[in-house]
Design a protein around this ligand. Sequence first.
Ligand SMILES: C[S@@+](CC[C@H](N)C(=O)[O-])C[C@H]1O[C@@H](n2cnc3c(N)ncnc32)[C@H](O)[C@@H]1O
Length: 221
Amino acid sequence: MISCDYDNVYSPSDDTYLLIDYFKQKIDEKYFDCINHNEIEYILDLGTGTGIIAIFLQLLKKQYSNFNPIIYASDILEEAIACAKENEEKNQINEEITFIRSDLFISFPESLKNSFNIIIFNPPYLPSSELINQSNNKKKIDYSWNGGLKGYEVLIRFLKHAKNYLSFKKPHIIYCITSSRTDLRELNKIISDLGYVNEIVEKRHIFFEDILLNKLSFKTN
Ligand SMILES: C[S@@+](CC[C@H](N)C(=O)[O-])C[C@H]1O[C@@H](n2cnc3c(N)ncnc32)[C@H](O)[C@@H]1O
């Protein structure tokens, strides 16, 4: 059960469920999308919003005894962290998720570098205008959708730093959402130039756009 009493916090939507539905199909007693549960130590839900994805993963631990990672959830908004903590409690999880309020990785402790086997980011991914991006015109709820002038600037900033937080000793995957409302050819070229291999594993058509679920890994050699 997830609720949201905060106007500034993103309520779960089609993009959220694209991720959760994919995980429901791909997780079983032994594997998380081809990674053996024994190899997964740390998972991060970045831009957690209501906390729905982190809570979904935390609850899976009750279902699968071999699935036992430490779950982190972060967001730039204080209200999102408060909302996610309330939802954690409503789901009878006893402060097991570690929450970090942070603009991407800026406030993460050094100790979390090279740690995460799985990072999930449903980022703000829509293009915006110069006017909105002038800081005095930006509202908190804009963090939910405003990906920058081209729509993918937040995602690129994330990917530039994410590699420092991935575990390279064990398997690692980044799951993130992109939209056909941005220039996907341009975006995919930047993703590849940053050193990631990207596979589109799901796609959904919603009104005027396609939303895509991307599965990325970093080329270590
Ligand atoms: C599309 S919403 C997704 C929320 C939730 N994960 C879900 O799927 O329902 C994007 C989330 O990213 C957060 N966000 C935006 N920019 C961020 C940043 N620079 N650092 C951390 N979180 C950010 C927003 O506050 C918002 O909660």
